[in-house]
Ligand binder design. Structure first.
Ligand code: XIL
Length: 297
């Protein structure tokens, strides 16, 4: 193929990008998006603060702009994210206990129901595990409602949109380490007990290289019976092009790695300001990293 999306499709995968609704009027940006990508993730527009700014009042305008752009062009949509300890609306940040649990479940139900039938994969829970060597859950207001909050969120999401694949998504989980093993143990337990989980997202915000056991780590999750997806890929540093190729090859080598999403289009669109971690330069020209991915696909 001559584009990321077409080449990935030849291998049965999607190739996606994170998109900001406010840039859908930028013709350079949209030109690359429509030419190269077969899946879209809303960079911020479907997060809890964006979709429920006041308790019980839901706003889907910007999310809809992104979803309609994608579905109108035959692209998939990754839903991001139904729950997270960050980018919660202020009212939710101030809640705790059973009231927070109920508000969280209501949010999952309302947002997943609104988009029912339109979402390929939902990040049901984002970044719920701690960094470092504990392998434990991250402390958060949601975690303090009880350790079963994650499975409750997955059950609510399944009931609201039975057709969407339901993912757990996190960062610093790209190799075999204490954090990824904590998640691995949770997924194994969910599969054993019938908690509805279909996929694990690996954000893959990387510097210079992927861990040497990147592919092996994807494979051990796939062997649990879930799909794996690279969900927020960006790579800074001088070895960028090689590292992008290595990540692409690792996904293709794992049968259940169903797609790759880069976290933005041009370097100037990246949340990693000044690090130039993406596949297109500020003018929208293809970088060496782009060619490296295309050749690896
Ligand atoms: C980032 C967005 O790119 C920024 O625009 C926003 O200010 C903060 O969030 N992990 C995630 C994403 O799951 O939602 C984050 O996106 C990047 C880290």
């Amino acid at each position: 193929g001559t584009t990321l999306g077409a080449s990935a499709a030849e291998k049965g995968r999607y190739f996606g990008a994170a998109v900001a609704a406010g840039k859908l009027g930028d013709s350079t940006y949209v030109g690359i998006l429509n030419r190269e990508f077969t899946s879209i993730t809303a960079e911020n527009e479907m997060k809890m603060d964006a979709t429920e700014p006041n308790q019980g009042q839901f706003t889907f305008g910007n999310g809809d702009r992104i979803v309609n752009h994608a579905l109108g062009r035959g692209m998939k949509v990754r839903g991001h994210t139904l729950t997270w300890h960050q980018q919660q609306p202020g009212w939710m940040q101030r809640m705790e206990g059973s009231a927070l649990r109920q508000a969280m479940l209501n949010h999952v139900t309302r947002v997943a129901s609104y988009y029912r039938g339109k979402i390929h994969s939902w990040d049901v829970v984002n970044e719920a595990f701690a960094d470092g060597n504990s392998g434990a859950r991250r402390d958060s207001n949601l975690q303090r409602t009880g350790n079963d909050w994650i499975e409750a969120a997955f059950r609510a999401a399944r009931a609201a949109d039975p057709g969407a694949k339901l993912c757990y998504n996190d960062y610093n989980t790209d190799g075999v380490n204490a954090k990824s093993t904590g998640i691995y143990t949770m997924v194994r337990d969910f599969k054993a007990r019938g908690v509805p989980i279909d996929c694990v997202g690996f954000q893959s915000h990387l510097t210079n290289s992927a861990p040497g056991d990147y592919q092996a780590n994807l494979q051990r999750f796939a062997d649990l019976g879930v799909d794996v997806q690279i969900t927020e890929l960006d790579i800074s540093g001088s070895n960028q092009a090689n590292a992008y190729a290595a990540v692409t090859r690792a996904c293709l080598a794992v049968a259940r790695c169903t797609g790759i999403t880069v976290w933005g289009i041009r370097d100037s669109d990246s949340w990693r300001t000044g690090q130039n971690p993406l596949l297109f330069d500020n003018s929208g020209n293809k970088k060496a990293a782009y060619t490296s991915v295309l050749n690896a696909l």
